[in-house]
Design a protein around this ligand. Structure first.
Ligand code: HXC
Length: 519
């Protein structure tokens, strides 16, 4: 064969590989409102940056006459590229080839780029669109999954791992995304479940649709499995790019600092009056966040799950930070099982990847009741305390209003190695609120009063007394648990200054195999 013919052969093979399962199946994919694996990779990566590997790899299965049906690349597109000029590794399952089902060779392709990503120290992004284990391959497919899972585990906390679900993701296949740091889903065509509606019906008798069982909205709001939901695939892929702008390439690097045009010394008078006079009245913590961060830009994670706590990324003075904030607008910002789990996972991610934590506190306590106790709030609350206590990144805490009891300790208190703990003058830092305290301390004295009005009057008197003494930041400040009481309008520049001072912070944990966080 002449060299020209060899060249032509390469060109032919490449165009054949690029067609995946063929034009008809691509058309079908488009009809469902879905992009192909290659189209997704194109949107995700910087233009022209994609280097594809293993384009000519084929499956080796001979069961069910499979040797007669082979597709170049075998159902997954893998390679490296850049996002905003920084290297990432990518795999995108190709539903047009055997429904994107996972074969032994597909697993080998995915594992190859996962290994490269660890060696290079770069994030891995997996785009999932698959009918699960390649049925014709049986246990080889299962082994293939296991190889991926093991790499997910080994890479955790070393390189960022991101999963996008853009089609089916069912059965044990859900565990690769579940082991990664962030799961993105799209509103339409994307679902995740361990067992599908048919099996559910057989086993439990429950009738449920695919969407109600494992659609994006279910995982974003009920299970908390999905961190981000987008309307379209394009929006989803662009959101992944955005997320990566806050995150370093690996655990040994710092997140990228960018010069900000938003002045660090910007003060906002609106913050001086944002806390209502009545302590039981709500306000929107997202307004506080938007006011203090660079250009009012906040990327909220887990937006629709456990809304009583807010977590997400922003920049302050150009420095990427992770923000954790109680939300008084939902359940008065109380800590419960779901909010504790949500925040604990976020704090651990930030700590693993050297992202400083800014915590905004307005928490009345832990949610009481049998539902919470039976659900194990003790263990879940401990997760959040553990996460903060073990974190060695710079930790800056601002107490805006309530900070009571165990919840006070959990929310990045001084004793959990909070570096800088500020409070607004409206802060109330105490063991419990006035209502509960008066109930415990003066129940007998009050019940001895005969007339009802007298009882109420006495209780109010005692509550006022308690509030004057304890519902302030100054008790905590007297003991140095609060480093300063600051004017709310100065919050932005006080936090930025603290971040600058803490840039060279070094802290460690004792040597050990690993901790035993109450999972
Ligand atoms: C081999 C598969 C496949 C699979 C789909 N295909 N799933 N081939 N193994 N798991 C093929 C189909 O035969 C078809 O081939 C093409 O992909 C497209 O599938 P359709 O059914 O036409 O597509 P659609 O109607 O969109 O339905 C998608 C689907 C359905 C809901 C995912 O295909 C389906 O139910 N597949 C089986 C799912 C499943 O039970 N997987 C195993 C789960 S157990 P042609 O040639 O006609 O285009 C598992 C264990 C993992 O995954 C454990 C890990 C630890």
């Amino acid at each position: 064969m002449s060299n020209q013919n060899k060249l032509n052969e390469l060109i032919d093979l490449r165009s054949k590989a690029r067609l995946g399962g063929g034009e008809k199946r691509i058309e079908k994919q488009h009809e469902k409102g879905k992009l192909t694996a290659r189209e997704r990779v194109e949107i995700l990566l910087d233009e022209g940056s994609f280097e594809e590997y293993d384009m000519f790899k084929e499956h080796r299965c001979t069961n069910f006459g499979m040797e007669k049906t082979k597709f170049l690349g075998d159902g997954v597109v893998t390679g490296s590229g850049t996002i905003d000029g920084r290297v990432v590794y990518v795999f995108a399952q190709d539903f047009t080839v055997f429904g994107g089902s996972l074969s032994e060779t597909m697993s080998q392709k995915i594992c190859k780029i996962m290994d490269m990503a660890v060696k290079v120290g770069a994030p891995v992004i997996g785009i999932n669109d698959s009918g699960g284990a390649r049925i014709q391959e049986g246990v080889q497919s299962l082994a293939g999954y296991s190889e991926i899972f093991q790499r997910n585990i080994q890479s955790s906390g070393v390189i960022p791992q991101i999963s996008a679900i853009m089609g089916p993701c069912a059965g044990g296949a859900v565990y690769s995304p579940a082991l990664t740091d962030f799961i993105f889903m799209t509103e339409h065509n994307s679902y995740m479940f361990l067992t599908g509606p048919k099996v559910v019906k057989t086993v439990t008798g429950e009738s449920v649709t695919v969407d109600d069982l494992g659609g994006a909205n279910v995982h974003a709001s009920k299970s908390g499995v999905a961190h981000f939901v987008s309307d379209t695939e394009e929006e989803c892929l662009l959101l992944i790019r955005k997320l990566l702008s806050f995150i370093p390439q690996n655990n040994l690097e710092e997140p990228i600092f960018t010069e900000s045009t938003d002045p660090a010394e910007r003060v906002d008078d609106v913050l001086n009056s944002i806390i209502p006079d009545s302590t039981n009245q709500a306000y929107d913590m997202t307004e506080v966040i938007a006011t203090i961060v660079d250009d009012n830009e906040f990327l909220e994670v887990h937006k629709d799950f456990a809304k009583n706590i807010i977590v997400g990324f922003a920049k302050m003075g150009g420095q990427p930070v992770g923000i954790v904030a109680n939300q008084p607008k939902y359940l008065a910002g109380v800590l419960d099982i779901e909010s504790s789990r949500k925040a604990a996972r976020f704090v651990r991610f930030c700590d693993a990847f050297n992202i400083p934590l800014v915590t905004l506190v307005d928490v009345p306590g832990f949610l009481p009741g049998t539902k919470q106790e039976y659900g194990g709030i003790i263990g879940h609350g401990a997760k959040l305390m553990f996460a903060y206590g073990e974190a060695t990144v710079p930790k800056i805490t601002i107490t805006l209003r309530k900070s009571y009891g165990g919840a006070h300790i959990v929310m990045s208190s001084k004793q959990l190695r909070g570096d800088i703990n500020y409070a607004w003058p409206s802060a109330e830092i105490a063991v419990m609120g006035a209502e509960g305290a008066v109930e415990v301390l003066y129940a007998r004295e009050i019940s001895a009063i005969e007339d009802e009005d007298g009882k109420i009057k006495k209780a109010e008197e005692k509550k006022d007394e308690y509030n004057k003494l304890f519902a302030t930041p100054y008790r905590a400040a007297q003991y140095g648990y609060i480093d300063d009481v600051i004017e709310p309008r100065n919050t932005r520049f006080r936090v930025i200054r603290a971040l600058q001072r803490l840039q060279t912070k070094k802290d460690t944990n004792l040597p050990r195999k690993h901790c035993n966080i109450p999972l």
